[in-house]
Design a protein around this ligand. Structure first.
Ligand code: ATP
Ligand code: MG
Length: 410
């Protein structure tokens, strides 16, 4: 018997008391079986949405068309969905319609992977018609049913396959892997932002353990655009890893993405374009470009630490993330890592805004119009070159002299 999260017990009990079948399903069951903490709780039931709404005091129609009602409990919201089977898939992403005449088995059959197609009863009994537990025990990810058909129905499952393989450190079952290779064009109709979201979630996992899968799978080329270079990029990370024999935990998230792109020509520009195209947001796009730029420079010329100008073009948070990511790849050459951290620590100035005098103060000194920009430029360069300290009195004195010189020139 498996532990049923206390939050969901009263919901299952109330549905049972009203004469309905109900089960905990989906990702939560997978996580419980793996001994992980489930993050959202989904219930599947024979009760229709109207009946669910009648049975519970606090409900929200979160996806009534798909038969989903959120039920509020003192431990948070639980999504309760009527047993569903999917109508035909015509657009390569979503079923044309869903029907609510089903049973648990048909509800589980429409789910993507065997490990996501298990159910738990109120008593902690596992119902697993597709062998999800066995697949997990063998460390593999397998589609429910015919993998080619399932990927063609909904191309997002291709990205989900990579994401789950990474997150749960699983091999793809042979037929699932073959299908992924054969029907990767099914990714075409999938919305760019959904691809972007799955990519970000994949990057949160121990991706270094699945680097061969990520480097060889043809999905990046099939998606195309700025993701097409990822095969080359990830392959290069793999090569470097084997050489450095790193076994520490790698960077994750945006830092990992920047690191991948740092491995290829024009990587900083590609990652910037990728972030915009796959809806990661402009702020993230700028962050990624700056981080990839720093990483790429260090990867190409490891014996030369970042210059003050290179760091001035970034910001401390980006630089630290770049240093951490590079530290992982340069585990075999600690001097490179030390040099990078020292450059960050000793950086005399990170931006014009950090200068100890402001444009307004220069104005008070008598500078006007373009002179202000020229002075700020001169002062920041002098601080970066370590000719002067970033201190107000020192800078004002220098500005005074420089202003006189500028005017004498004219
Ligand atoms: P996580 O929440 O950790 O991403 P999850 O498995 O809960 O994992 P969700 O996207 O929350 O994933 O979906 C809940 C369940 O719905 C899945 O476990 C799966 O059974 C089913 N599911 C979700 N997306 C699909 C899909 N594209 N095709 C088929 N079934 C899906
Ligand atoms: Mg979930």
């Amino acid at each position: 018997r498996w532990p049923v999260p206390p939050a969901v017990q009263p919901v299952l009990a109330a549905l049972a008391a009203a004469g309905h079948d109900s089960y905990l399903v989906g990702g939560a069951v997978r996580d419980i079986v793996l001994g992980r903490l489930p993050h959202d709780l989904d219930v599947a039931t024979s009760a229709r949405p109207e009946e669910v709404k009648r049975l519970f005091d606090h409900t929200i129609d979160t996806g009534i068309r798909h038969g989903t009602v959120a039920v509020g409990t003192k431990d948070g919201w639980i999504e309760v969905t009527t047993f569903r089977s999917d109508g035909p898939y015509l657009d390569g992403r979503r079923p044309q319609y869903v029907v609510f005449e089903g049973c648990l088995e048909s509800d589980l059959a429409r789910r993507d992977f065997t490990m996501n197609a298990m159910a738990l009863t109120m008593n902690g009994e596992l119902l697993d018609p597709f062998g999800g537990l066995r697949d997990l025990q063998r460390g593999r990810l397998a589609c429910v049913g015919d993998p080619q058909r399932r990927f063609r129905e909904d191309g997002l499952r291709l990205m989900r396959a990579l994401r789950f393989a990474v997150t749960y450190d699983l091999d793809l079952a042979p037929s699932t892997q073959t299908a992924l290779w054969q029907v990767c064009d099914a990714i075409r109709p999938v919305a760019k932002e959904r691809i972007g979201q799955e990519l970000l979630r994949l990057l949160e996992g121990p991706w270094h353990r699945r680097i061969d899968l990520l480097a060889t799978c043809p999905l990046w080329q099939a998606i195309g655009g700025p993701l097409a270079v990822l095969s080359t990029a990830i392959e290069a990370v793999g090569k470097r890893l084997r050489k450095a024999r790193v076994d520490a935990v790698p960077p994750t998230g945006l830092a990992a993405l920047a690191l991948w792109y740092a491995m290829v020509d024009d990587g900083p520009e590609h990652v910037y374009q990728a972030a915009l195209k796959f809806a990661l947001g402009r702020r993230h796009a700028l962050w990624l470009r700056a981080a990839a730029t720093l990483m790429q420079r260090l990867l190409r010329d490891p014996n030369q630490a970042w210059s003050v100008e290179e760091l001035f073009a970034a910001d401390p948070e980006v630089a630290r993330a770049a240093a951490r990511a590079c530290a992982w790849l340069f585990a075999d050459t600690p001097d490179v890592v030390r040099g990078a951290w020292r450059a960050i620590e000793e950086q005399p100035l990170w931006s014009l805004a950090d200068l100890a005098v402001s444009g307004r103060e220069l104005q008070a000194l008598g500078a006007e119009g373009r002179e202000i920009g020229r002075l700020l430029q001169d002062l920041s360069q002098a601080v970066l070159a370590r000719e002067v300290a970033n201190e107000r009195e020192v800078l004002l004195a220098r500005a005074d002299r420089e202003l006189a010189r500028l005017r004498a020139e004219r």
